[in-house]
Design a protein around this ligand. Structure first.
Ligand SMILES: [Zn+2]
Length: 411
């Protein structure tokens, strides 16, 4: 089993060009005495849109590590895979995020469900368990989650067959669904995964509130804080009582930019001693745009071109992300206006500094899903990244380090 550090961060890098700048943020964190592992995550959907494959993802990661001499742990994540998509990731990845959200609520054979429920009744009245689980929770939860648990086990067994040394990290994700899982449901899911022999080290439940892409959390932050701490205590209990790996911890998906809940996450880390995996992806792609815009000249022109095209194709670009963005067309500046913007105006609208009055979350979210436009620019886009390397790297590092790593892991 591959075991990462207590803290780990998913650093999605859509075009595979920011590894060195991302590593710099982790080096700066290590200098402050905090070690966090780097996990380069990329989903099949991102690979298809961008035209890359897991081999490219592995190559970018290994090259960045070699170029910097980074001594910390790192992994390459097959993000949101399932039985149908895992194969091509197997040779290149050592972290697998098994996504079973689509299987929640699918009925399975009544006998299996009954056997599962009978077994899990041991959780009722278990005083060590940090949440109380009633008979009714077991019955409802078995119906809702058994299929998903079995699916996770099937995918795990397929990964193990392809990588018999077992030297990889297993995450199970349930976040891409509409209804959050309660801490009691999380306990039941972990019990089921333990029974199936899935060595889950990170689990990504759906939390209450909205985790929109690239912008802050929307919801009741106090309620989130309570739920998050309960979930943490459930994972700590599960590691001890259910025989799951001691490294088991929560994974927060769409975790970048959720500045209003970072204080609660940090307090829970300090209070409980828990670990954390936080997944980010598009926040780094947006810093490429910030860096291009900040560089001025042709860089700024390219940033404007990408916005113009993204605006024209709003519906197509937003459709696959409908559940995780909230864009008001009326709040978006029309491209004609943006075409007249200076570097300062563009970066102020895009850079995630909520206290800046010029910051525009709608503009930011549209560009977040607009990476397809950059992918279609192909080599022109990649050339622009290299032409404006200094300004882009500075922004990628600063965003990860100051706004994310420091906020989560430093006092
Ligand atoms: Zn996710």
């Amino acid at each position: 089993m591959k075991v990462l550090s207590r803290f780990s961060v998913g650093t999605g890098d859509r075009f595979g060009r920011e590894g060195i700048a991302q590593i710099e943020a982790f080096r700066m964190l290590a200098e402050k005495g905090v070690d966090a592992s780097i996990v380069w995550n990329k989903s099949n959907r991102e690979h298809i849109i961008i035209g890359t494959g897991p081999a490219d993802q592995r190559k970018s990661a290994d090259e960045a590590i070699a170029a910097t001499g980074f001594k910390g742990m790192y992994a390459v994540d097959a993000d949101h895979i399932g039985l149908a998509t895992v194969d091509r990731f197997l040779p290149y990845c050592d972290f697998f995020t098994i996504d079973v959200a689509d299987f929640i609520g699918k009925p399975t054979e009544p006998e299996k469900m009954e056997a599962f429920a009978a077994k899990q009744r041991r959780l009722c009245g278990d005083t060590r368990c940090p949440v109380s689980i009633a008979e009714a929770d077991i019955a409802a939860g078995s119906w809702k989650y058994l299929y998903a648990i079995q699916e996770a086990a099937n995918v795990y067994r397929k990964i193990l067959a392809g990588k018999p040394d077992g030297n990889f990290h297993i995450e199970v994700s349930l976040d891409e669904t509409d209804v959050p899982q309660s801490p009691a449901e999380l306990a039941l899911i972990l019990a089921g995964l333990a029974d199936e022999g899935v060595p889950v080290q990170t689990i990504a439940p759906k939390f209450s509130g909205r985790f929109n892409k690239g912008v802050d959390y929307v919801g009741d932050t106090a309620a989130f804080a309570r739920e998050f701490e309960q979930d943490v205590r459930v994972t700590q209990w599960a590691a001890q009582a259910l025989g799951l790996p001691a490294s088991l911890k929560l994974s927060v998906h769409s975790g970048s930019d959720k500045f209003s809940i970072y204080p609660a996450i940090r307090r829970t880390i300090q209070k409980t001693g828990c670990g954390l995996h936080l997944k980010t992806a598009g926040t780094t792609w947006l810093e490429e745009l910030v860096g291009l815009a900040e560089a001025g000249g042709e860089g700024l022109e390219m940033a404007k071109l990408i916005y113009r095209r993204a605006y024209a194709r709003y519906e197509e670009l937003a459709a696959p992300y409908a559940a995780v963005i909230d864009i008001g067309m009326s709040r978006l500046p029309v491209p004609k206006i943006v075409d007249g913007w200076s570097s300062e105006a563009y970066t102020a609208a895009l850079r995630h500094v909520p206290s800046n009055k010029a910051f525009n979350p709608d503009f930011r979210q549209l560009l977040h899903v607009g990476y397809k436009v950059a992918a279609e620019l192909g080599q022109d886009y990649l050339n622009a990244l290299e032409a404006h390397r200094a300004s882009i790297s500075r922004n990628v590092t600063e965003n990860l380090y100051a706004r994310h790593l420091c906020a989560l892991f430093l006092d």
